[in-house]
Design a protein around this ligand. Structure first.
Ligand code: FE
Length: 349
């Protein structure tokens, strides 16, 4: 045991001796997390060691966390909620599951386009890492210049070649919400219709399945989040690395608005009892130290301004230099229902 650990334990013991209920509550933070990476443990441990705030964690997937928050209502012990994807953040927010918070530190650290629209009460959610939604293609069947933009996924040149997971999946909903924001409703819906008419098969599977389907020749072009490609690149299995040798990655729209990025992010729970601790934890998440672990735990990019993280797999696919879209992710909340209606009309499953 190091001296630092020892003093921590003595401190905790002394505190326990003195503790009133109120004081005990002051030193606790309850986190509901949809992230499950080994590296997150370092973040939690370091936060507890430096602040004395003990963390209790509930791990579930995004849907499970939202369902639990809804079922628990005002009795929920949750203080911080960690979810993945702006569409999921927006949905949980619209269900009244978050409590607005203010933090000058977070305002300074996290770019405004990666947070909810601020109101007089603050913001309801903020991003802590980003992932790009990129195009993966088969260089034997498709030319790089024919997949340089998202718009080209609707070009008849790609007839019978395009594969995606469900259009209603949050990753696609978020992307489509920003495409519709850029193109306008009419052109946006026409684009979705064009993508559907180019499909090699009905949407199915996850992002990794799309990459593998391009490698196997079933599809010529697909969409994936960068961390799925990075996972295959870093995989211990030779067959995974062979998949990545067979395909190419494009960061779309480099000549125009930039590649769509999404977030993994955090919020203060609506019925949080330890609000100050929750905000303190989220401020800690935006620090360069935590950003490194948070981003690299899932091969993502740090969200905080000026923080760079070394990740060989992301670098290998051009992830250190690409131009990211800067449309506020708050438009996902604004456009999500509209986009879902468009998907229904154009038959995008
Ligand atoms: Fe994912």
């Amino acid at each position: 045991m190091t001296l630092r650990h020892l003093t921590h334990f003595i401190g905790a013991a002394a505190l326990a001796g003195l503790a009133t209920t109120a004081l005990a509550q002051d030193k606790v933070l309850n986190i509901y997390s949809a992230r499950h990476y080994q590296t997150d443990e370092v973040i939690y441990d370091t936060f507890t060691r430096t602040t004395g705030i003990k963390i209790n964690r509930v791990d579930a997937d995004d849907a499970g966390i939202v369902a639990r928050l809804r079922a628990e209502g005002a009795a929920s012990p949750a203080d911080v909620v960690l979810l993945v994807d702006a569409a999921r953040m927006a949905t949980a927010d619209s269900q009244g599951l978050f409590r607005p918070f203010k933090s000058a530190k977070l305002d300074a650290a996290i770019p405004a386009n990666l947070r909810a629209t601020p109101t007089a009460d603050g913001v309801t959610w903020t991003g802590f890492s980003t992932r790009a939604r990129v195009i993966v293609y088969d260089p034997l069947r498709v030319k790089a210049e024919d997949v340089a933009t998202y718009e080209q996924l609707a070009d008849p040149k790609l007839k019978g070649l395009v594969c995606t997971r469900s259009g209603s999946h949050p990753y696609n909903l978020s992307l489509f919400a920003t495409v519709v924001e850029r193109l306008g409703d009419e052109k946006g819906e026409a684009w979705l219709k064009g993508v559907v008419s180019n499909m090699a098969r009905a949407p199915k599977g996850g992002d990794t399945d799309q990459i593998k389907a391009v490698a196997s020749g079933e599809c010529g072009v697909a969409l994936t989040n960068t961390y799925y490609a990075a996972r295959l690149l870093k995989s211990d299995k030779p067959e995974d690395r062979a998949v990545m040798e067979r395909v190419r990655i494009v960061f779309p729209n480099q000549g125009t608005g930039g590649t769509h990025v999404n977030i993994a992010g955090g919020a203060v729970a609506k019925h949080a009892k330890n609000v100050a601790n929750a905000v303190q934890f989220m401020e800690f998440l935006s620090s360069p130290f935590a950003q490194e672990y948070f981003a690299n735990g899932n091969n993502e990019f740090p969200a905080a301004k000026g923080v760079k993280v070394e990740n060989a797999a992301l670098k290998a696919m051009g992830g250190d230099t690409f131009k990211a879209e800067n449309i506020p992710l708050a438009v996902v909340a604004k456009n999500m229902t509209k986009v879902q209606q468009m998907l229904d009309r154009v038959g995008y499953k």
